[in-house]
Design a protein around this ligand. Structure first.
Ligand SMILES: NC(=O)c1ccc[n+]([C@@H]2O[C@H](COP(=O)([O-])OP(=O)(O)OC[C@H]3O[C@@H](n4cnc5c(N)ncnc54)[C@H](OP(=O)(O)O)[C@@H]3O)[C@@H](O)[C@H]2O)c1
Length: 328
């Protein structure tokens, strides 16, 4: 099958269009013909070798975790899916990293897939799993503290992948939403549902927020700074919640923040995407989309033979919304 192939590790622009063996579905799996795959920061981190300790040997392999596709084969132990279903999925790496989503076919355990929302295009669907569900869990996971209607939330990194979805989710939940982004992205985050858009490069974020939420916000989701935003705890009300998305390359001293937060009753969570609830979170997202409650991120779409450009653009940074690779 055609795939975007890496030989071992390297920079994102080193992925080349090539061939890999078509994966085989195991009894708990779906084999899916990929129609679109999205790109995430984890892809260039994996390509650089950051996940080698977790997943072991990398030979010739295809990057990519997220996809939309059509079920081609259903494993013997799987129920609830049929050949021809349109699905959203997050590929795992159980048997090594070969089976990434930047390829014509991917094998995925059925528990990491859900029916795709009917009201979203394949590219929009492919954008959802890693960024969308991390944002969803950062706002609604019970152990994190569920954002409720009428509460206020600040989202850092609001124009990126996680941030774009998070603004959409928070707005759909009826929260008051403040979003920090660069000047060129302020209208964009407003279009996703932000009530207040703060220019984090040219404005004092804390001062702008203080006028809008004088006692601090109920919930702060940091998908932009790894907890390094100056005075991050001061922007949250006593008893509120700080959720820091783990970046693994640029994280603040979480223990110190947790200790300081606890003095004010602020619960600090270092967020790592939990695959245990992935399917139910994908289904909840699909429902919101099909009910027309949620604006989706802006997409930049590349064909597979230009997939390395998408990976390199993600590594460079400054992406608005999501980058998606379509496969025909
Ligand atoms: N732990 C997990 O389970 C998990 C899951 C998914 C993702 N992640 C990690 O979470 C991070 C974000 O992921 P993503 O997909 O949303 O990435 P992304 O699309 O690249 O978005 C990152 C955002 O951060 C913003 N940003 C950068 N520096 C900032 C600053 N100083 N202040 C405010 N915003 C800033 C960027 O804005 P500009 O465009 O203005 O630079 C961009 O909007 C990545 O490190 C990713 O690897 C972790």
């Amino acid at each position: 099958m055609r795939a975007l192939v890496m030989d071992g590790f390297g920079s994102a622009d080193q992925a080349k269009l090539g061939e890999l063996p078509k994966p085989q579905a195991l009894p708990d799996d779906l084999l899916v013909r990929v129609t679109a795959a999205s790109v995430n920061p984890v892809d260039w981190k994996e390509m650089a070798g950051y996940l080698a300790q977790v997943y072991g040997e990398y030979g010739t392999w295809a990057p990519g975790f997220d996809a939309c596709g059509i079920v081609e084969e259903v494993g013997a132990n799987v129920s609830g899916f049929a050949k021809g279903d349109r699905v959203v999925l997050l590929a795992d790496r159980r048997e090594g990293p070969q089976s990434g989503t930047l390829a014509e076919f991917v094998r995925v355990p059925a528990r990491l897939a859900a029916k795709a929302p009917a009201q979203a295009s394949d590219a929009e669907v492919a954008a959802i799993p890693t960024a969308g569900i991390t944002g969803y869990q950062g706002l609604f996971r019970p152990d994190v503290g569920t954002l409720k209607a009428g509460e206020s939330v600040l989202i850092l990194g609001a124009s990126g992948g996680i941030g774009s979805f998070s603004v959409g989710y928070a707005h759909a939940a009826g929260a008051r939403v403040a979003a920090a982004a660069r000047d060129v992205n302020l209208d964009y985050v407003r279009s996703l549902g932000a009530d207040l858009a703060i220019d984090y490069k040219n404005e004092d974020v804390a001062a702008a927020l203080k006028k809008w939420a004088p006692g601090g916000v109920d919930h702060l989701l940091d998908a932009g700074t790894g907890g390094n935003q100056p005075g991050i705890l001061d922007m949250i009300r006593d008893g509120g919640r700080l959720v820091i998305v783990a970046t693994y390359v640029n994280d603040a001293d979480i223990e110190k923040l947790t200790a300081e937060g606890s003095k004010r009753g602020i619960a600090v969570h270092y967020l790592i995407l939990d695959l245990a609830t992935l399917r139910q979170d994908l289904e909840a997202t699909a429902t919101l989309i099909d009910q027309g409650k949620m604006k989706l991120p802006e997409l930049t779409v590349y064909p597979l033979d230009r997939g390395a450009e998408a990976l390199a653009a993600q590594q460079k940074g400054g992406v608005r919304g999501k980058l998606v690779v379509t496969i025909d």
